[in-house]
Write a protein of this length. Structure first.
Length: 136
């Protein structure tokens, strides 16, 4: 029961982050590693236009277009594994070069809960959806 209580507390925090992303959808770009990560975020109600896939050949073009469209901040949601840790500073550097504010605190908060929900973005949010129903 204690573990479920901890998970439900984490669900509340994640729910608030998702609300924040909905409220600031026209200002925050979210960078993910692949299409399955994008798809799970879309199930959470995040607009497809707000999500950039890092491995996309048009990544730099999207970053430039985002600035022109009024996006000010970037949330880097690469996996919480070794590959994600390798990509994180590379993407941070690219985002900073384009003048984006990087939302490190949100990523750090989500990373704290990876041991509950999973170390890939896809599994993290799939498990969040399962527990979100149990924790109401």
């Amino acid at each position: 029961m204690k573990r479920l209580a901890e998970i439900c507390n984490a669900v509340k925090v994640i729910r608030e982050i998702i609300k924040y992303l909905h409220l600031h959808a026209d200002e925050v770009y979210i960078i993910v590693e692949g299409s399955r990560d994008r798809d799970i975020l879309m199930k959470l109600g995040i607009a497809k236009d707000s999500i950039i896939i890092y491995n996309n050949p048009n990544f730099d073009k999207k970053m430039l277009e985002g600035r022109a469209l009024g996006y000010k901040s970037i949330l880097i949601l690469v996996d919480f594994d070794k590959e994600g840790k390798r990509l994180l500073p590379v993407i941070r550097h690219q985002a900073a070069a384009h003048g984006y504010n990087i939302l490190n605190r949100i990523r750090s908060t989500l990373a704290k809960y990876a041991h509950f929900f999973g170390f890939t973005v896809e599994s993290f949010f799939k498990n969040y959806l399962v527990y979100n129903e149990k924790c109401w």
